[in-house]
Design a protein around this ligand. Structure first.
Ligand SMILES: NC(=O)c1ccc[n+]([C@@H]2O[C@H](COP(=O)([O-])OP(=O)(O)OC[C@H]3O[C@@H](n4cnc5c(N)ncnc54)[C@H](O)[C@@H]3O)[C@@H](O)[C@H]2O)c1
Length: 265
């Protein structure tokens, strides 16, 4: 039995095929948990007898309900849920040059809400209804440090994460009586993942009046981070595994920054 004692716990991670989610999946597998990844695409590099991939669009209620039922039918319990899947669609509210380029659109708004916020509702409702039966469970939502202070060019992204923060605190109050803890973790500037695509960087650089090269240099210089460096994905995974464990049994309803001391977006 490892120190965290997650052995045999059944934990669903959304968006576990890439980036932070993959790191969480790997950390949980090291701790001998049974890990179910709900993602759009498989990552064949993850190989473990305790690992299961359930293809799911977590913004689709029918798929979410079906797949959560499948997991519960197979394992008869769900001990943890990590709502990690997310997208970042950058853009500015108004482009003063009048071209409309790099502006936020209604379509981007709907997509951001669906994938980042509605998915957290759908997954949490489907899983909590099972956890209530066992009078036990932990739900961890993936927020961002920038939700607290705003972040230029990321209005929709931080908006959805701010909503997640409020839902986290509310549902921790509703579910506490069923012995279900609800938490959020809020990473800051991390080592690169697929979230930082070329199109993402181009728009963000434009909105911030800089170049992609300077944007990248700023991430590397990390002057806004007291610890002076970007975070490792494993440093998010370690906190998530701890919060899923009984070592954190009296911790609920909080949003924890994992941002090297950074507190401004
Ligand atoms: N990378 C960062 O610097 C950073 C910082 C703060 C917060 N976050 C948050 O961490 C989470 C993971 O980000 P990442 O950087 O690892 O991104 P990523 O793009 O590397 O991984 C996201 C994963 O989510 C999956 N996904 C996307 N839409 C989905 C859907 N509809 N259904 C199921 N799966 C879906 C993708 O296929 C992918 O595997 C996100 O919620 C993000 O907002 C990231």
């Amino acid at each position: 039995m490892s120190w965290l004692a997650l052995n045999g716990r059944v934990i669903i991670v959304t968006g576990g095929s890439s980036g932070i989610g993959q790191s969480i999946v790997e950390n949980l597998l090291v701790n001998e948990a049974i890990v179910i990844n709900f993602d759009l695409k498989e990552n064949s590099a993850i190989q473990d007898e305790n690992y299961f991939f359930y293809p799911t669009d977590v913004s689709n209620k029918k798929q979410v309900d079906q797949q959560v039922n499948q997991v519960f039918d197979k394992f008869r319990r769900i001990d943890g849920l990590v709502n990690n899947a997310g997208i970042a669609l950058p853009g500015m509210l108004v482009n003063p040059d009048g071209s409309g380029k790099h502006q936020l659109t209604e379509e981007m708004f709907d997509r951001s809400i669906d994938v980042n916020q509605k998915s957290v509702f759908l997954m949490s409702q489907a899983v909590a209804s099972k956890m209530i039966k066992n009078k036990s469970g932990v739900i961890i939502n993936m927020s961002t440090e920038s939700a607290h202070e705003g972040s230029i060019g990321q209005g929709f992204y931080v908006g959805t994460k701010g909503a997640i923060n409020s839902m986290t605190v509310t549902w921790s109050k509703e579910l506490g009586k069923h012995n279900i803890r609800v938490l959020a973790v809020a990473p800051g500037i991390m080592e690169e993942t697929a979230l930082r695509s070329a199109a993402y960087e181009e728009t963000l650089a434009f909105v911030r009046g800089t170049t992609v090269e300077k944007l990248r240099q700023n991430y590397q210089k990390a002057t806004s981070i007291p610890l002076g460096r970007a975070g490792k994905l494993s440093e998010v995974a370690e906190v998530v595994s701890f919060y899923l464990s009984d070592h954190a049994s009296y911790v609920s309803g909080i949003i924890t920054n994992i941002a090297g001391g950074k507190s401004r977006g």
